[in-house]
Structure formats: structure tokens, C-alpha cells
Design a protein around this ligand. Structure first.
Ligand SMILES: [Fe+2]
Length: 333
């Protein structure tokens, strides 16, 4: 029961989110009120002090099951098997501690804003995305556990509230996005903005690799609220998109609208910056938030974070769909 949870809202410095402190260890009691707390907090929860997960990784999977019927098994997601936890394949390791792991993002240029702050707003800050939006149906919720975070003021995760951003859109822009669809592409698939700007020719896609349409104003299946659902440089399709039915490409009308929407989405009043402490679990709702990561010195620092992804309640518009990324299920449509 959420009434039994110790909840402090919003998160420090933000207009959304909440901190939840558990009275008992996870291994003694799974806090069943967390999904309601997540919805009430606008899609972001910090649960600190869960260090026991480091020794008992299955606890993270059990906790994830509170939020939905299916916790993804990374062996079936066509991700590199080396990035999945060796005994718990529902855990994806976000780290620079494994061979072949991806480096942290570059520092923004310039590294600080004119008033000396951490840059958050697009396009000064890039990398904004919602997890796996290039799949239909997309996942609902991600959990991220800090096994070994880096020092403060580096390796942060920054969130923006798509609900607050949508509500604050000028009426004319709201009307414009209400029936619009974005075309989302898998990073590294050759369809990103950099590929289009460089004039590269994208390779043909098999049906299960194709970019996927998603509503720009997405209705949350639990709260009924609309939220902006968008990504930017590497997770939109810049050859046929970024928007369906608008002039495509990195210099078209679609690009101009995307830049305007992402700059609005990431205004400082819609942002939360998380400084990680070992043992933190963050739970975020991909249906109504975007996030991005910040730089750390991968040559000097070792970072190990565990992620799980929960799916199963994407909303009515996805009803009955097969999984777009599974070769046997993808249609040639
Ligand atoms: Fe992510």
C-alpha cells in the first residue's frame, strides 16, 4: 500500500518526481505501492539505500515485476549478449568496465552555460531519448541501479518531464503535435542526423530493423495525461523523418519543428538532474519522460549501472500489435 511508503515529493530542484524511503529491506518486503507512487509523481522515483541488490541481483528483477507483467530478457532483444548480466539476463549492464562497452557521451561545448551551470537544454545538451522508442510496442518503465557510480558532478542522468512540457506548449503548437507522428530509429542504424547531414546513403533495412512511428503527444495509459514523446539526433530517422508527413531530412520543416520542440521539452523548469549515490534505484516511466547521460572520465573512472526494462502496458493504440523488432513477428508493412 502506498500509504505505508515514506514519500517526499517533488525531487530536489525539480517540479516532478519523488523520493521513496523503504521501511524494510527489499528482501523482506516488496513495496507494492511503488507503481501508484510512480504515477502520482509524474513518472520518476528515487529509492535510495538498496545496496543489497549488488549481492542479490534477482531482487532488482523482482522489484521490476511490481511495475508490469514482463521484464525484458536481454538475450532476446538482439543486444550484445556480453552486456547482459551473466546470471540474470534481465539485467543490462551500462558500464565502461567491459570490453566493447560504449564510452560515455562527450562533454557539451562549451562545458558550462553562460551562468556557470550544467547545460541541460537541447541543443546545448544532446542525447535526449526515451528507451527503445524505435520498437513497437515500446517499453513502459526502466529501473536503474547504481552498483558503482562515478564521482558527483559527472556521470549524472538528466530527466525532462514530457507531461509538464506538453501542458506548457502554446495552444497552436499543441494543436500541431496532437495528430503528429515521429519516426524513431535505432541509434547506430545509419539513419541518425549525423548520417543524413554527411549525405550518407542508408543501407536497406530488414522488416524487423525498420524505423517505427510513434505519437508525438502520447496518452499515458495509467494517468490519461498527454506527454511529449520524442527523441533527437541519433534516435530519430533523419532520412524519412523526423516526422511523418512533413518535409524530411536534417534541413527540412520537420527538423525545424523537432529542434523547436526539443528545446521546449528540455527547458530548465521541466528538468531533474540526478547525482548518483551507490545503492540508488531510479525508476522512470519512458511513456512520459526523456533522459540523457552526462560525461565522465572513462580513462580514470569505472562506472557500473544495472538496468531492467518493463513492458506490457503501452496504451490502447498499440493493442494487438506483434513485436516489431522480432524477425519472426515483424510484418513487411
Ligand atoms: Fe536510456
Amino acid at each position: 500500500m502506498s500509504g505505508a511508503l515514506d514519500i517526499a515529493a517533488p525531487l530536489p530542484g525539480a517540479a516532478f518526481g519523488a523520493t521513496v524511503r523503504l521501511a524494510r529491506p527489499l528482501s523482506r518486503e516488496m513495496p507494492e505501492g511503488l507503481p501508484q507512487a510512480l504515477a502520482d509523481a509524474g513518472g520518476l522515483l528515487l529509492v535510495p539505500g538498496l545496496n543489497e541488490i549488488a549481492e542479490r541481483p534477482r531482487l532488482l528483477v523482482e522489484m521490476s515485476h511490481l511495475f508490469g507483467p514482463e521484464v525484458e530478457d536481454y538475450r532476446t532483444l538482439l543486444t550484445r549478449v556480453s552486456m547482459a548480466h551473466e546470471t540474470v539476463p534481465e539485467i543490462f549492464m551500462v558500464t565502461n568496465m567491459l570490453p566493447g562497452s560504449r564510452p560515455p557521451p562527450a562533454r557539451p561545448e562549451p562545458p558550462l552555460t553562460a551562468d556557470g551551470k550544467l547545460p541541460v537544454q537541447y541543443p546545448h545538451r544532446t542525447g535526449w531519448h526515451t528507451d527503445q522508442s524505435y520498437r513497437r510496442p515500446p517499453p513502459d518503465i526502466s529501473l536503474f541501479f547504481a552498483v558503482n557510480p562515478v564521482a558527483r558532478e559527472r556521470g549524472q542522468t538528466i530527466f525532462a518531464s514530457g507531461t509538464l512540457a506538453y501542458d506548457a506548449l502554446p495552444p497552436a503548437l499543441k494543436a500541431r503535435v496532437d495528430n503528429l507522428e515521429g519516426l524513431h530509429a535505432q541509434p547506430g542504424s545509419g539513419r541518425g542526423r549525423g548520417d543524413a547531414e554527411a549525405g550518407r546513403t542508408p543501407r536497406p533495412f530488414a522488416p524487423h530493423e525498420r524505423s517505427q512511428r510513434q505519437p508525438v503527444a502520447r496518452i499515458h495509459p495509467v494517468t490519461g495525461k498527454k506527454a511529449l514523446y520524442l527523441c533527437e539526433r541519433s534516435q530519430m530517422d533523419w532520412f524519412d523523418g523526423p516526422f511523418v508527413g512533413m518535409e524530411p531530412g536534417p534541413h527540412g520543416d520537420g527538423a525545424r519543428l523537432l529542434d523547436e520542440l526539443m528545446a521546449h521539452y528540455t527547458r530548465p523548469e521541466f528538468i531533474y538532474v540526478h547525482e548518483w549515490t551507490q545503492g540508488d534505484v531510479l525508476v522512470w516511466d519512458n511513456r512520459c519522460l526523456v533522459h540523457t547521460a552526462t560525461w565522465y572520465d572513462a580513462a580514470k573512472e569505472q562506472r557500473m549501472m544495472w538496468r531492467t526494462t518493463v513492458r506490457g502496458n503501452p496504451g490502447a493504440i498499440y493493442a494487438g500489435e506483434t513485436r516489431s523488432w522480432v524477425p519472426q513477428e515483424a510484418t513487411a508493412a
